[in-house]
Design a protein. Sequence first.
Length: 149
Amino acid sequence: MTRDQARSPLLGGIALALGGIALLLAIVHFYAGPFAPQPSFEDSVADTAVAIRDATVARLRGEEPPAVASPSSQRNIDDHLTLAVSVGGGLALILAVLGFARGESMRVTGGAGVLGAASVAFQFAVAALGAIVAAIIIAAILYHLDFDF
């Protein structure tokens, strides 16, 4: 198929737009968010460290650990934004593959695939980095707590 015979990049163009919007939304949410009220980082880390300490002490004494309160199941704006980025990035990837299968321009479908994958990967990288930092901080706090039996 020559360049003149290539199909118009309809699916690739839609995928490119979706991937770009999803990546932009992920970056804006990272730098400007979170938009819903959040407990302070210190309170979250302290609550987690105390819960770990109490559960460890209870297990060492042979007791049943205290029940942990489950978080609220109500979604906030940050949850919806995360879902929108994931769906947008996923749709961009799917449409890019479909556009490639239709014989659309490799530049358009490849760019759409990269943008869709980048939007999803950005969220995973931010979550992984946050989990690693939180684990290090909690481990440091637990190291300095006294375990009185």
